[in-house]
Ligand binder design. Sequence first.
Ligand code: SAM
Length: 251
Amino acid sequence: MKRFEVITIFPNIIHAYLSEGVLSRALKRGVIEVEVFNLRDYTTDRHRQVDDYPYGGGPGMVMKPEPFFRAMDYLSKDGIKRHVVLLSPSGRLFTQAMARRYAESSTCLTLIAGRYEGVDERVKRLVDEEISIGDYVLTGGELPALVIIDATARLIPGVLGDRASAEDESFSDGLLEYPQYTRPAEYRGLRVPEVLLSGDHEAVKRWRRKEALRKTIKQRPELLREDILSEEDRQILREIKEEENGLYKGG
Ligand code: SAM
């Protein structure tokens, strides 16, 4: 069973998300485990204060180091192996490949969520890595912690109902996912591509690969690395280029 831990001043945000859907079922079945620690439980003052003014002045408040150190002292008493992550906009960018590595590891993943203007620099002594979920700034690390738990947990065998559903999707093979359709075959004049109705599995497979390549070049060209392309992919890419050229010429 994969264990996740979250240290936060807002445990309810984490509980609320985990109380619905696929992850809630995975928790009930015991495929994953998530324990949330309220940082305020590791303060020693009457007001359970977790923040203070920044040294050197400036706007906002900074999270004090002591509650984090005390929380980690408490957690490390059980002697289990942990990979400790601090959520931070200045961390390394989270990717599907990282989610896969976490999912494959049996080590407990401990996520520290900041608030206010962030955490005292010394808290970084407690962590193995700093991770960002994107180049934007959120009000707290709870959503990033949930993003990481969600992306990781769904790759753990037994979490998704159909194991195959995590295998074919965006980023799994370096490409974005091909377009998906369901019934009806025609809706408001919009038809599902004929090949998908043909029952020809080889043709469907090639069409999907082509559309995945087309979408990736159009939306995320930086993902298309030479080493993920087969000879067949290169042929498909030439076809796409010809088709697009034809389109621009009005063909
Ligand atoms: N002053 C900080 C800075 O400029 O980097 C921003 C602090 S942010 C308002 C408060 C907390 O939200 C951070 O400590 C971090 O835990 C979390 N956070 C905000 N944006 C994030 C992101 N893109 N990725 C991961 N964590 C983020």
